[in-house]
Design a protein. Sequence first.
Length: 262
Amino acid sequence: MPHIWCPGCGNGIVTAALVRAIERADYDQRDVVIVSGIGCSSRAAGYLNFNTLHTTHGRALAFATGLKMARPELKLFVIMGDGDCSAIGGNHFIHSARRNIDLNAIVVNNHIYGMTGGQHSPLTPTGKKATTAPRGTLEREFNLLDLARGAGATFGARGNAAQPRQLEQLITRAANHKGFSLVEALSPCPIAYGRRNKLGGPVDMLKELKESSISIERATSKEETELEGKTITGVIYQDEVPEYAAEYYRSIGKEIPVKSGG
């Protein structure tokens, strides 16, 4: 299928995992909405045969919130990049998590602004190069899952494009959770990020992603020193808190429809 993604980009892997997760969750295609902002990963909405919204930079969660409140029976998946979500969209991200509204945020983290010129993002690791940090960024990156939980998100998971089946399972679990869900999907960007930081080709980057990841089940039995340089994957947290749209409809004496009715 023709697409705009560069050779070796992980966006296709993440998108395929999302589609399989929706199938696994057994949702009616007409009840699914894919919302996206601006960036490489956000172009996924244009390749998917669901209800779709391709919105403005950083505002995907705002559009999704409005749609969820108007049509709370719909199943919403919001695809964002690391810059789209945590920079210009950071305030919307915080308050979507705070409300615990039933949205599934899929954040494709390739550590850089890939589409708009290779600038560093709030998730670019310290010391890594970008067009706006030619000698390496001096800033510390967000831990996006910690940020979301601190704001009020009730489900947080992390996977990567090198382990697509695990990623599919994590998105499925997020979809089945009632409340704001975040799945951070680590993804290689061989062109804008990998080439500039001399990380090798696509295969090298996928291999490094896999080797540097450790499941949360295995991590719990390790000493802190053994986890240095490792990225923990899996469901990091899950809490049960009243969901915003359901509470709103209850407060006005209305029930949320089970199906969209086409």
